[in-house]
Design a protein around this ligand. Structure first.
Ligand code: COA
Length: 325
């Protein structure tokens, strides 16, 4: 049976590091508040690098690690809510920069669940034999859509990119998945609204207050804990596995308290949940592949390991994927 297997991982972040202490100089907050509420200590913030720079850096790294030639790449899918442009897509920008002349490239939008959505799309093409391989990237420059005067949101997010090179394989790969969306809750987490300013009305693009991230933190917390727990249980049930069969969970790195609740409700060993939000904050679609890459670089993952990737985000959306390494 043909499955979609991760062959290589990579990541790329801006150099500039902003600590909780740095943030306390621009808004009324403290290291103590941010650390106890979220587990975040610092994050990488763009000095001007846009999302394409991070996405291209990651794509280059995964290609080098997978030892694949540019003309042999079939598909590029980027998940992002903060692309450089409405068009071209980040996928097309990667294609040009890396000379992927035979690839088809496009982006998907599913906020912090984006990496799982992009992997799922690639999986369908690969399983059906349409394409043999793909570069899958999650990339964000959230710093450009954050209101830096809103302490309730500006302390949570960071910039970064992570990704993987996947290809058709007879062993391992994606074993099961669940994607979901609950549009009725979309208003609890929004960003990037573009109003209808034109030459024949009084609206002004720059006057749109909804351009920046807006979040009802408590509702998102409730949604996240409930949804991730159910989704992980559903995916395990699909393949007839139990939590004891799982080596690691790579959750969306939004908040360590959400992960504590999820681990508790699933009655799973907290040590199986990988976390690096202390150094990167919430990087939306980049968070799961960045964490997976870090584990891979540390040599934590061995052949045959079963790993759950799981995320939730704006939409509202969620995605859980069980992979065998
Ligand atoms: N520093 C200091 N105080 C802050 C603050 C900050 N950065 N942000 C908010 N506060 C204050 C609030 O103003 C409020 O003060 P008040 O009681 O005087 O009104 C108080 O802290 C409590 O605020 P509240 O929003 O109720 O805090 P909370 O315990 O719900 O924690 C979050 C806030 C955002 C950390 C929490 O709701 C959360 O983690 N939600 C999920 C967010 C998430 O995961 N988003 C990403 C989705 S992909």
């Amino acid at each position: 049976m043909i499955r979609t297997k991760i062959i290589a991982t990579g990541a790329c972040v801006p150099e500039q590091v902003i600590t909780n202490e740095d943030l306390s100089k621009i808004v009324d907050t403290s290291d103590e508040w941010i650390t106890t509420r979220t587990g975040i200590k610092e994050r990488h913030i763009s000095k001007g690098e846009n999302t394409s720079v991070l996405a291209i850096g990651t794509a280059k790294m995964v290609m080098e690690r997978a030892k694949v030639a540019p003309e042999d790449v079939d598909l590029v899918i980027v998940a992002s809510v903060t692309p450089d442009y409405g068009t071209p897509t980040l996928g097309c920008m990667i294609q040009k920069e890396l000379g992927l002349v035979n690839a088809v490239a496009f982006d998907v939008v599913a906020a912090c669940s984006g990496f799982m959505f992009a992997m799922s799309v690639a999986d369908k093409y690969i399983k059906t034999g349409v394409y043999r391989n793909a570069i899958i990237i999650g990339a964000e420059t959230l710093s450009k859509i954050i209101n830096w005067e809103d302490r309730a949101t500006c302390v949570l997010f960071g910039d970064g990119s992570g990704g993987a090179f996947v290809e058709a394989s007879e062993e391992g790969g994606i074993l099961a998945e669940e994607l979901g969306s609950k549009g009725e809750l979309w208003e609890i987490l929004t960003e990037g609204h573009i109003n209808c300013a034109n030459a024949f009305n009084d609206l002004k693009i720059e006057d749109d207050p909804e351009y920046f991230v807006h979040m009802d933190g408590r509702s998102v917390f409730k949604f996240a804990t409930k949804t991730v727990v159910k989704s992980v249980a559903n995916v395990l049930e699909k393949v007839g596995l139990t939590k004891e069969d799982i080596n690691y969970v790579v959750p969306h790195q939004a908040n360590s308290r959400i992960i504590d609740v999820v681990a508790d409700k699933l009655d799973m060993d907290r040590d199986k949940f990988y976390m690096n939000m202390d150094r990167y904050g919430n990087t939306s679609s980049a968070s799961v592949p960045m964490a997976l890459n870090e584990m891979n670089e540390k040599g934590m993952i061995k052949r045959g390991d079963k790993i759950l990737l799981t995320g939730f985000g704006g939409g509202m959306t969620w995605g859980t994927m069980l992979i065998e390494w």
